[in-house]
Design a protein around this ligand. Structure first.
Ligand SMILES: [Zn+2]
Ligand SMILES: [Zn+2]
Length: 132
């Protein structure tokens, strides 16, 4: 990401970072990991069963529901369906000649330690993701 300027709003404490949309780079975009971290199932760019949390920990829906109880074993966060990245440029990206960055090819395969995960789920005690 390249910051092209810093502006100030009416509130003196509110600094506003201005980022030009043609200065996006891959490092600032969601990492689309190629597999489920637990079961290693392939999760394509457009997989309907890819789930992700705010740290980009990525699992399939079956593992999130049946193994993880919607608790990330890495960070304790909850999961949402991973958005699909378009296969081609549309809209402003097309105008600017930007191609969508390809999904990551770097698999993270770290099967869940069931005993440790049970303890984490018990510690979280049924809190919804927004209450953790
Ligand atoms: Zn899985
Ligand atoms: Zn996580």
């Amino acid at each position: 990401m390249v910051l092209s300027g810093i502006g100030r709003r009416a509130s003196p404490s509110a600094l506003v970072l201005v980022v030009r949309s043609d200065e996006r780079d891959a490092a600032t975009m969601l990492e689309l990991r190629p597999t489920c971290e637990n079961c290693n199932r392939p999760l394509a760019r457009d997989a309907a069963d890819a789930m992700i949390d705010t740290y980009e920990c990525t699992f399939c829906r079956d593992c999130v529901d049946a193994v993880l109880s919607n608790v990330c074993p890495n960070c304790g966060g909850g999961f949402e369906r991973r958005p699909v990245r378009p296969a081609q440029a549309w809209g402003e990206a097309a105008t600017l000649g930007l191609l969508p960055p390809p999904p990551s090819t770097k698999a993270v395969h770290k099967p869940v330690d069931h005993a440790a995960h049970e303890a984490l789920v018990a510690l979280i005690g049924g809190r919804s993701p927004s209450q953790r």
